[in-house]
Design a binder for this molecule. Sequence first.
Ligand SMILES: [Fe+2]
Length: 340
Amino acid sequence: MNESTITEADKRFFHRNGFLIKENALAPEEIGVLRREADCLLNFLMSENVDIMKDLGGIIEPIPCGYIDPPDSQMYILSKKAYTNIRNRITEEPDTVVPVLFGKIPALARPLFPPETRDNPLCLFNEQYIIKSPKTSSTSSFAWHQDSQYMDPSAQKTFPIISCWVALDDVTISNGTLLIEPFPKVSTGDPSFAALAENPLDNIESYLQYFQHLASCYGPEMDRDKAMAEVKAQKLTRGLEGTRHGNLIEMEKQEYHNDVPQGEGAGEGSRGICRDPYVLVEAPAGSIVFLSGFVRHCSFGNASSTFRRVFMPQYSIGKVESEDGGLISLAVPCSDHLHG
Ligand SMILES: [Fe+2]
């Protein structure tokens, strides 16, 4: 089934946990278009003797990767029309990727953001294929990170971003999927959380305050290899039952402390917090994992004998600038015009 709408329950889940899995969000023909482009770029790079894992860390950016000549002008960074023209030079099937990149995927991401405005439109911020070569389990894993950490601190506080991790192959623990640590569930008694949670979508500022508050409640990172070993062991011993929100992995009930006040009766403003279950993403091709820029995640290496392909556009509300006013990456508005 092509499940392609975001419900109110989906929104609440995303705002509380920092991620959302939509299974089968893309139609088979849309998956096909992206797969063919990924293969085309991959074949080109391999023919140029590029080792995609060693040289590129598995990340292929369609426009700068060398498949097409560098654009004459930088206009494409800011203009959907210019971007579309260049983007259509990559695929052999013009106007097939663009409707997914500027239509289907941002339409799903849009309700998870604060409302866009004329001054702060929904923009394509970045796009990349993340490809893991076969039999690279020791080299194709990614450490724990939050995607917003790649932006400078001022931009993190000013512009919300969401990464849309689109599985182009069925993703499993064996071929390099994601492990997500949802936002900690520590805040129900926290007065600042209650105030922020009332209307976090109202505007960019309160939305960012809300997400940053939840992210500030994370404990120390659990050792990544230990977490992965634990996931594998649990999968082996009890066979994980997937839900539409992923496989829940009970981590050890390790208590940690943070400095966030926890409301009445919390003593000196610090108390032990148990880790919530982690989420192992196992989903069919065409599924999208929406990741807040603030949610912590890592990924497994690819132990299988085939390539694992993911397409990951990222979107922002507003044109993401650094403190000195320079653009950090792309800032291509997804709509030509905003009315009203
Ligand atoms: Fe990431």
